[in-house]
Design a protein around this ligand. Structure first.
Ligand code: GAR
Length: 188
């Protein structure tokens, strides 16, 4: 199974994948920000990188189509959105629906969109979590493939909660992607 990981920033979740058994399946890392630190992590691990900036395309649709075409040219089987902060629309999903998964720092049905960790902390809830789901046209909705709950302590700062969330995300993402790779291997 050939995997592309799409990132926009630090890439700590990408790092967790690079440090796991699925490293050999990761063919490519794509960023929509040329300065994303995750690109450094990929280069250090010897994985080819590619930056695709939306500003270089005339519209969102044309950009989404270009991303899909690029990944298709590389014969990618599974697209993993790991901190990719751009909503991919129909032009992308026409090609990769069912083959794209997203990591989101909230439990299913809660805090779709950006700043999910911050919003849970502000709401004063005792628990939040993270999930991996298949990507559909609706944002942060789609078949849930894995969930991990994360406790919010009354004294938590945003940085403390983010750190606990990221540890849970790293374990969850690796376990879901490893499961998908093993599932495909078992069928072949
Ligand atoms: C992660 O917390 C991920 O869940 C979140 O961005 C962060 C990326 O961290 N993604 C979203 O909020 C998508 N809706 P990383 O760059 O260190 O992996």
């Amino acid at each position: 199974m050939k995997i592309a990981v799409l990132i926009s920033g630090s890439g700590s979740n990408l790092q967790a994948l690079l440090d796991s058994s699925v490293r050999e399946n990761i063919q490519l890392v794509v960023s929509n920000k040329a300065s994303a630190f995750g690109l450094e992590r990929a280069r250090k691990a010897g994985v080819p990188t590619h930056s695709m900036l939306k500003a270089d395309y005339s519209s969102r649709d044309i950009y989404d189509q270009a991303v899909a075409e690029y990944l298709n040219q590389q014969a990618i089987d599974l697209v993993v959105l790991a901190g990719w902060m751009h909503i991919l629309g129909a032009r992308f999903l026409d090609v990769f629906q069912g083959q794209t998964i997203n990591l989101h720092p909230a439990l299913p049905g809660q805090y779709p969109g950006t700043h999910a960790i911050e919003r849970a902390l502000k709401d004063g809830v005792e628990r939040t979590g993270c999930m991996v789901h298949r990507v559909t046209l609706e944002v942060d909705v789609g078949e849930v493939l894995g969930v991990s709950e994360v406790e919010i302590k009354p004294t938590d700062t945003l940085a403390e909660l983010e750190e606990r969330m990221h540890s849970a995300e790293h374990r969850l993402l690796v376990s879901v992607v490893e499961g998908m790779v093993k599932g495909v291997q078992a069928l072949s």
